[in-house]
Design a protein around this ligand. Structure first.
Ligand SMILES: [Zn+2]
Ligand SMILES: [Zn+2]
Length: 257
């Protein structure tokens, strides 16, 4: 794939490698548009250890570093500056205020926790609780309605292993809402390469039936991720088998009007 919009850096404390390392590997893999979307800083109370995301004080350096590389690689690689962020009702407005002064190109929605993160259920923890499934879909739909996101990352991140009927009902509700709002869904290559609970074939069957737009995302947490061509081939063949052709380019939505 020539465009990847889902890339992390060392700044989130659980990905490896600086921007330069990702840029070099992306170019080696034939990528032409590289979007960085590190886990966004949020203005939580001091008492909350947001261990897997960028600290707000690192934000200026993230943006300045990427602006410098954008100039340096102009004509060879297009670099975009973004964030992957959850929709947390209590912290979303202050997050938007925090990034407003910076030239951020796009946001992707990646709902890793419910509620406001603090004390909220983690989506990658296995559960048979239907309530968590319903709450996940409700919260993602609320997030999509903000209109600031360009895609929904790993829409099938919720690790629900209960009955199939509620899964189908809820995920169809999610897919229909995304379709109605013209928001592409990301088929996540990190999950595929690591054999995580996502991409979930049951989910992508529904997305195929509902006719959702689909984009591939590396969700790179190490620079060499881009070089796993066999993972990309597997993803494309999984999708083609369902009648889904992934989009080439993601239309980017303005965050601020
Ligand atoms: Zn991550
Ligand atoms: Zn990610």
């Amino acid at each position: 794939m020539k465009r990847n919009y889902h890339t992390h850096t060392f700044r989130c404390y659980h990905a490896m490698g600086n921007e330069y390392a990702y840029i070099r590997r992306a170019m080696a893999a034939g990528i032409e548009v590289l979007g960085f979307s590190d886990h966004a800083p949020m203005l939580f109370p001091e008492s909350h250890d947001a261990y897997y995301r960028m600290k707000p004080r690192l934000l200026p350096d993230y943006v300045e570093t990427l602006l410098e590389y954008r100039e340096k690689y102009r004509g060879r690689l297009e670099i975009l500056i973004g964030f992957e962020v959850e929709y947390y009702p209590d912290y979303f407005a202050s997050f938007l205020d925090l990034i407003h002064p910076y030239p951020i190109d796009y946001l992707i929605l990646g709902q890793h926790f419910l509620g406001n993160e603090i004390g909220g259920a983690h989506m990658m923890k296995e559960t048979k609780d239907e309530r968590i499934l319903v709450d996940y879909v409700n919260q993602v739909i609320e997030g999509m309605k903000t209109g600031v996101f360009s895609c929904l990352a790993h829409p099938d991140v919720v690790f629900y292993t209960g009955d199939a009927d509620p899964y189908e009902k809820e995920m169809r509700r999610l897919c229909r809402a995304a379709k109605e709002m013209d928001l592409p869904l990301e088929y996540n290559l990190l999950g595929l390469s690591e054999g995580r609970n996502y991409p979930n074939p049951a989910f992508w069957q529904i997305a195929a039936e509902e006719g959702n737009d689909v984009v591939l995302g590396w969700d790179a947490h190490r620079p060499s991720a881009f070089l796993q061509s066999e993972v990309e081939e597997r993803a494309v063949s999984n999708l083609l088998a369902l009648g889904i052709t992934p989009m080439e380019a993601l239309p980017l939505r303005a965050i601020f009007q």
